[in-house]
Write a protein of this length. Structure first.
Length: 328
């Protein structure tokens, strides 16, 4: 059964739960699968440790990663992206792709709040969910602890299948999760939506609590080979990015876009005909402009707004919580 067209330029929605087609932002649909992808060029290819000192030991690099991840949890808390002791931000362990049980990744211990996260309380796990204990591990680092299975299932799926992805940020912000519960998903009605969607966006059908290992393959299929955003239907958003700063910026723009969308729809009683919906041609122009967002007025100069946003959020978190509390 097909619904009426919302606007002339939008494809029809197929409301059949098995084979529904959906409008997934700013471009024509590119796949005939139930879960749609819209393509994205690789956004950046920074390593997970920018400008790492090649003389640093593995232990020193991993401690730097723990510190980077710990401050991300504090930043996420300050943004309101947390749910008591649930939700996760993970970071692939440097140079762990070729280890026998790799890649390994850092994850929060279950039971510790985002506002409590310290570098020393972060766990290192493998793709089997086992906590990895190094012979030379720092006495200040947690080597054992609780791993939340649904978080492990989702994050291990992405880290295990996407070599380009070092950071996975999955949280349940209220408005963004609400958008994940709608059939039309994210709409192209704000510049923040375009700044999120330029990273590539997919949807994953709801299967219930993500505590079955066999869902990992389906999660990877839904995300696709290059997209950074995965909207888990009836669940919440996920960013899968080359770096933590890209994951943070993408989540920031996505959550802001969803809040604007929820407020706009609420203000008109959910009547989409009262929303300024861009034409197909304008959608293409919006997306093209979003990819030039970092161009400076001076010719040949590019900003890195993702990194600048991230650095500001780090400074705010350090000021709010104190460096000594985060980086220990």
């Amino acid at each position: 059964m097909n619904a009426l067209r919302l606007f002339a330029h939008l494809p029809r929605f197929d409301l059949n739960p098995i084979g529904r087609q959906r409008y997934t932002n700013f471009r024509h649909l590119l796949s005939q699968k139930r879960t749609r992808h819209f393509s994205s060029e690789p956004y950046h290819s920074y390593p997970e440790i920018e400008e790492a000192n090649i003389a640093m030991s593995r232990e020193e690099i991993e401690w730097q990663q723990r510190c980077q991840l710990a401050v991300c949890y504090r930043m996420s808390y300050m943004q309101g992206w947390h749910e008591n002791i649930f939700n996760h931000i993970t970071l692939k362990v440097h140079n762990s792709d070729n280890t026998p049980d790799g890649p390994h990744f850092f994850i929060n211990e279950f039971g510790v709040g985002f506002d409590e996260m310290k570098a020393s309380s972060i766990l290192k796990v493998n793709l089997d969910g086992d906590v990895v204990v190094d012979d030379n591990s720092s006495s200040t680092s947690t080597t054992t602890g609780r791993v939340f299975k649904p978080g492990f299932v989702i994050h291990s799926a992405i880290h295990g299948a996407r070599p380009d992805t070092h950071a996975v940020w999955h949280v349940h912000p209220l408005d963004t999760t609400a958008v994940c519960q709608t059939k039309f998903g994210l709409l192209p009605i704000s510049q923040e939506a375009s700044l999120a969607a330029k990273r590539g966006l997919s949807y994953h059908p709801f299967e219930g609590t993500a505590n079955t290992i066999d869902e990992r393959g389906r999660l990877v299929d839904s995300l696709g080979p290059t997209n950074q955003i995965l909207m888990l239907e009836n669940h919440g958003p996920l960013m899968a990015s080359p770096t933590l700063h890209q994951a943070f910026a993408g989540m920031f723009f996505l959550t802001r876009a969803c809040t604007f969308q929820i407020k706009a729809l609420s203000s008109v009683g959910g009547d989409l005909s009262k929303i300024h919906m861009p034409s197909q041609d304008l959608e293409e122009e919006i997306l093209a402009r979003s990819k030039k967002f970092d161009e400076a007025p001076q010719k040949g100069i590019q900003h890195d707004s993702d990194k600048l946003m991230f650095d500001y959020a780090v400074r705010a978190a350090e000021q709010a919580f104190g460096k000594d509390d985060i980086y220990r």
